[in-house]
Design a protein around this ligand. Sequence first.
Ligand SMILES: [Fe+2]
Length: 184
Amino acid sequence: MVFLIKRAGHMPITAFSSFTDGLEPNRRNREHFITNTNLDDDRLWVPYANGVWFQPCCFNVTSGGFSLVLKGLPGSMVGTHYHVGTVHGYTMRGHWRYLEHDWIAKPGTYIYEPAGEAHTLVIMDDSPELMITLFVLEGGLIYLDKPANGGFAAYEDGFTLLELTRKYYREAGLDVSKLDTLIR
Ligand SMILES: [Fe+2]
């Protein structure tokens, strides 16, 4: 079984340096905003892992967290990872679970995860449709090199996800400046 995520042309950082959001300080907006995802527009789905994509909602470079809508094909997975902050999730389509828990999330399921949780997300092989879930993270996450008592494999947070999304938007010919409006 493969526990590490594999991506098309991108891996989360495995070494640390200083990141910025790339904006001039006076361009950091503190106002409220709305953004409209479009679940039916294939171009807007940023590739993340095999059979897994996301559409960003917010890059929280203040907390290091982020909010996104995650999409996954039945049978796909996001490798084992550890959360340094809380997570809220709301399932809109499909059936999925964490290998470490015995419940199954279905449309309408809300989940709250405390900081310190390590888990492996799998979309059920028999999910009646692809999975779509909104996740709100209040901090980064650490991918682990094995499912139990794992060590560091890679890191993801609002900065790395912003970098990944900008790269994909450029390559796909999408409007990169739209992402600046999602930074807080
Ligand atoms: Fe998670």
